[in-house]
Ligand binder design. Structure first.
Ligand SMILES: [Zn+2]
Length: 86
């Protein structure tokens, strides 16, 4: 099905998407959550954590408890659009 959008979307419009990310350390089983902000500015995305510039949540995740890099990071606040549950 195709449809034409009558409303033009300005590509330069900035917007901010908040998302909660859950980290899970595979070493010490620690689980924690962080609320990230993704600031979309044109084609660029700037990530913020607690109001401070930050790396995207999936870049170099390290466990604050044991320092392990074996950390799984999942988005839990957004991108739950597929409805895939186990
Ligand atoms: Zn750990």
């Amino acid at each position: 099905m195709t449809s034409r959008l009558a409303v033009p979307v300005p590509r330069t419009q900035n917007h901010v998407v908040e998302g909660k990310w859950r980290s899970h350390c595979l070493c010490c089983m620690r689980v924690w959550e962080d609320l990230y902000e993704a600031r979309y500015c044109g084609d660029a995305v700037a990530w913020q954590l607690g109001g401070m510039p930050a790396q995207p949540p999936w870049v170099d995740p390290a466990c604050p408890g044991c320092g392990s890099l074996g950390v799984k990071v999942l988005s839990v606040g957004l991108a739950v659009r597929h409805g895939a549950t186990r």
